[in-house]
Design a protein around this ligand. Structure first.
Ligand code: ATP
Length: 198
């Protein structure tokens, strides 16, 4: 039984993230899925990210009661930028080499911009969720497999939702029904996040 690490900014967590976690647990017969909100994401250094504590609390609410899911504050303990290479090394050390790294197709397509991406690819087994890319995605996966990476695709159909879309809708007063868990929506209201009308 394997573990999977699901990293991201989760600003905020959306129903796509929740469906991804459920689907990965089922398809890959995981015994544990660890959600790791970024402490200080290097690729988002130039944009404002909501406080770690709020993103962590929203994850707790979205995944409340879901078997096999844990939320980790590992990256909040790091002062430096949170590089996936080191985060994955930490979790493989804790849970063993039978550990996957969950990412979306957009992340696989831009992974060449990540810190020491060749080493990251070689050291890890990836579960990739469809998002964009089509034929290009297959070609990129073939190239990375040839470089020594293990890449598996999720069977989950594409889900058209992103945190960017949610932030934009919330700032216009939408309640984001269906793409935001109700408990998360309540938390956002209570804490006046994302500039939405209360
Ligand atoms: P943003 O719009 O702020 O960039 P996001 O919706 O991509 O956020 P993240 O927290 O950055 O959410 O995502 C964490 C991981 O989950 C990334 O690897 C991302 O590619 C993947 N992911 C997020 N939403 C989806 C989705 N709807 N389908 C497939 N993968 C997704």
């Amino acid at each position: 039984m394997s573990t999977a690490v699901f990293g991201g900014t989760f600003d905020p967590v959306h129903t796509g993230h929740v469906k991804m976690a459920q689907s990965a647990i089922q398809q890959f017969e995981l015994c544990r899925l660890v959600i790791v909100p970024n402490g200080n994401p290097p690729h988002k250094a130039d944009i404002t990210v909501t406080d770690f504590d709020h993103r962590y609390n929203m994850l707790k609410l979205a995944f409340e009661g879901m078997d096999k899911v844990e939320i980790s504050d590992y990256e909040s303990r790091e002062d430096k930028f949170s590089y996936s290479l080191y985060t994955m090394r930490y979790f493989r050390e804790v849970y063993g080499e039978d550990t996957y790294f969950i990412i979306g197709a957009d992340s696989l397509l831009s992974i060449h911009l990540w810190h020491e991406y060749r080493t990251l690819l070689k050291e890890n087994r990836f579960i990739v969720f469809p998002r964009e890319g089509g034929d290009e995605l297959e070609a990129v996966a073939r190239k990375y497999r040839a470089m020594g990476s293990e890449i598996y695709f999720s069977h989950m159909p594409m889900i058209d939702v992103s945190s960017t879309q949610i932030r934009s809708k919330l700032s216009c007063g939408s309640d984001c029904e269906g793409i935001l868990c109700p408990r998360v929506r309540e938390y956002i209201n209570k804490n006046s996040l994302y500039g939405g009308a209360l």
